[in-house]
Ligand binder design. Sequence first.
Ligand code: HEC
Length: 368
Amino acid sequence: MAEGRAFGVLGLFSDPALLLAAVPKLRARGLGRVQAYTPYPVHGLGEALGLRRSPLGGMVLVMGLLGTATAFLFQWWMNSVDYPLFTGGKDPSSWQAFVPIMFEVTVLFATFTAGLGMLVLLNKLPAFWHPFLDSEASRAATRDRFALAIEAEGEVFDAAAAEAALMVVGAGSIEVLPGLPPPRRVPLETLLGLAAGGAVACCLAGAAMYWGVKLFPVLPPMSHMLAQPRLDAQQRGRRAPAEGSVARGRLPYPFEKPEQARGLGNPLPRTEEVLRLGRKVFAHNCLICHGPLADGTPILTAAYGGRPANLQSRKYLGLSDGEIYHTIMKGENAMPRLGDGFTEDERWAVIHYIRALQRAQHAKDGDL
Ligand code: HEC
């Protein structure tokens, strides 16, 4: 089995104190790298062997902080830039709400770095074989003996001198470890067999889950939380704020009837920026019922049942900006009251956008 020169020479000690005493003497001889294999950690051995402090702590710190930053940026971007969801008028970018996820992602990054960094980066696993594992001494050194090896380092290795040196410091059962054999390969059939077995196991597990759930109905452990008044996904702002409360940054809406709001003017200029904002609000909140052209063709299935207004029809072309504003703030029959979910600018911007859609559908020659 030995290919080329020896991997190293190994000797056994019955007492950790003897081993500790031998280490500096062997290192001073400079015959090769001194390495210890012990059944349990021996205090002071790391220092005696001159092992450097592990960089793992630093790696974990850096990756943990990266996890904190990732979780913060991710949540901040989603909640206040990409898709702000207003709950009870609270600031969507308040960092306090991000803390639990920041903590979890920190722990996630840190533990993965600790585990994988230690096993893969520092200990170089998976290693399927090491010369020590085939030695006689490996059995003793996992039980009650302490092994010390002088391992070849560089080009020149004098196995006889290493044997002699080990004998001088009192080691017994001296053994020469052969060099590395050619790498063992896993046969292709084995790999294919493993893959096929894995696939079959996954299919069986999936089928068992599917039929298991179908045949044996699973009762939820608690159902009382399902029966409470709550907002489901996409139902933003349908629930009015608590009575008498004023959401931060929003004035209470004073009008009860559309006529009262008729005279309200759109305070926003018709700039590209405003229209972009309006398009976004419309796409996220109105399009699903009123359709992409606001012509009352919902993209919901027929099961929705409602008949959203065709904002392109003559009746609704005649609405003033203030009346549309009133509808957004108060709702109208099946049209939900959505305004509490928007900022003042978003409400007026979506009105500008609806005007643009109407103008596009009723373009005159002069508009070209
Ligand atoms: C859940 C579906 C739904 C959503 C979402 C929705 N609407 Fe409506 N909308 C309706 C229905 C249904 C009507 C017809 C109400 C009625 O019967 O008078 C309507 C009517 C209207 C009217 C006419 C009201 C009137 O004066 O008669 C306007 C204006 C309007 N919606 C604007 C909007 C805007 C702006 C949005 C987005 C911010 C929006 N809607 C989102 C369903 C919806």
